[in-house]
Design a protein around this ligand. Structure first.
Ligand SMILES: C[S@@+](CC[C@H](N)C(=O)[O-])C[C@H]1O[C@@H](n2cnc3c(N)ncnc32)[C@H](O)[C@@H]1O
Length: 289
C-alpha cells in the first residue's frame, strides 16, 4: 500500500518527511491536548509515529496528513487516537506509602462512618485498567473475611473512571496475570483474589464495591456528592500547569471536609487548590478549608 508500509524511520530525520512531518506532529499533539489535556513534547514524535502507523493502515489513509483530516471529522477515530497516545501504565499497590496512609489513617474513621450507616465514597480518577482501585478495595475490606464482608454490606462505593474505554473494559473483567498481584500484601491477596491457572480474579465482594465509568476529567463531572478520598495519581503529570491547577482545584472542592487527595510521586500541589488543601504526607493532602 502506501509509502508508510516501507518506512520505519525516525520522524523528522530528513528522510520520508512528507510521511510524518513536524506539521503532522504538531496537529496531532494539538488534537490530543484539546481532547485530553495531555501534552506531547516534540521528543515524543517517534512514539506518536509508531503508535499511529497501524491506524493509518486500518483506515486506509496514505499519509499522516490524510489521517489527521479523517480524525478531525470522525469522533470515534479521534477517541481511538487519543487513547493510543495516552499512557496507561499502572500496577497493583503502586506507591505503597499511600496504602499505608489509607489503611492506618483513613480506614478506621471510614469504617466507623460506614458502620453508622453513612455513605463512604472514594474515587480513583484516571484508574487505567483497574489495578489501583482493586488494591484500594482490598486494603479497605482488610485482612479478615468476616469484618470485610460486614464492611462490604454497608454503603461503601468506589468510583473508578478513565478516559480510555479499553482500559475500563479490562478493569471490569477483573482478571489479571497472577504475577501482577505480587506487590499486594499476601494476606489481602489470598483473601480477595482467586487463582485460576495463571490468572487471578478479583473477589466479587471487591468488584461489587466499584462502579467503573468512562469519564474525561476535563469535562463536566456527573456527580454532586463529595468524596472521602480522591486518588488521582500519575495522570496530571502529563498536563500543563494551567490544566493541572484547574483540576487540582476541582478535586479540592469535590472532597468532603477532612477528605484526602492522593497524587502521583512526581506531582505537586500548586495554584488555588492550596487554599483548600494541607500537605499531610508525601503527595497526600487533606481538605482543611
Ligand atoms: C499512567 S495511568 C495512571 C493509572 C493509575 N492512576 C496509577 O497511578 O497507576 C494515567 C491514566 O490517566 C488517564 N487519563 C489521561 N488523561 C485523562 C483525562 N483527561 N481524563 C481522564 N483520564 C485521563 C489515561 O487514560 C490513563 O489510564
Amino acid at each position: 500500500m502506501s509509502a508508510l508500509a516501507v518506512t520505519s524511520l525516525c520522524p523528522f530525520d530528513g528522510t520520508n518527511s512528507a510521511i510524518f512531518s513536524r506539521a503532522d506532529f504538531d496537529a496531532i499533539a494539538e488534537i490530543v491536548y484539546g481532547e485530553s489535556g495531555n501534552v506531547y513534547p516534540e521528543g515524543k514524535a517517534m512514539l506518536v509515529y509508531s503508535r499511529l502507523t497501524k491506524r493509518l493502515q486500518i483506515n486506509r489513509t496514505a499519509s499522516f496528513g490524510e489521517y489527521i483530516m479523517l480524525v478531525a471529522n470522525n469522533a470515534a477515530e479521534r477517541r481511538i487516537m487519543v487513547n493510543l497516545l495516552t499512557t496507561n501504565h499502572t500496577y497493583f499497590y503502586r506507591e505503597e506509602h499511600h496504602y499505608d496512609h489509607f489503611i492506618n489513617t483513613m480506614r478506621p474513621d471510614l469504617i466507623d462512618k460506614a458502620m453508622r450507616g453513612k455513605p463512604v465514597r472514594i474515587w480513583s480518577a484516571g484508574c487505567s485498567s483497574g489495578e489501583e482501585v482493586y488494591s484500594l478495595g482490598m486494603a479497605f475490606l482488610g485482612e479478615h473475611r468476616g469484618e470485610g464482608m460486614r464492611i462490604a454490606s454497608k454503603d461503601v462505593r468506589f468510583l473508578a473512571s478513565d478516559l480510555d474505554d479499553q482500559s475500563i473494559e479490562t478493569a471490569r473483567a477483573a482478571t489479571y496475570a497472577k504475577s501482577a498481584l505480587t506487590p499486594v500484601p499476601a494476606d489481602l491477596r489470598n483473601l480477595w483474589t482467586k487463582n485460576i491457572g495463571d490468572e487471578a480474579v478479583i473477589a466479587p465482594a471487591i468488584q461489587n464495591l466499584i462502579r467503573f465509568r468512562s469519564l474525561n476529567l476535563l469535562h463536566q463531572w456527573p456527580f454532586t456528592g463529595l468524596f472521602d478520598a480522591i486518588f488521582c495519581r500519575n495522570v496530571m503529570i502529563y498536563f500543563d500547569t494551567a490544566t493541572k491547577e484547574q483540576l487540582l482545584l476541582r478535586f479540592a472542592q469535590q472532597l468532603a471536609p477532612s477528605g484526602y487527595l492522593y497524587i502521583g510521586h512526581s506531582e505537586r500541589l500548586s495554584g488555588p487548590a492550596e487554599d483548600y488543601l494541607t500537605a499531610v504526607g508525601k503527595t497526600i493532602y487533606q481538605r482543611t478549608a
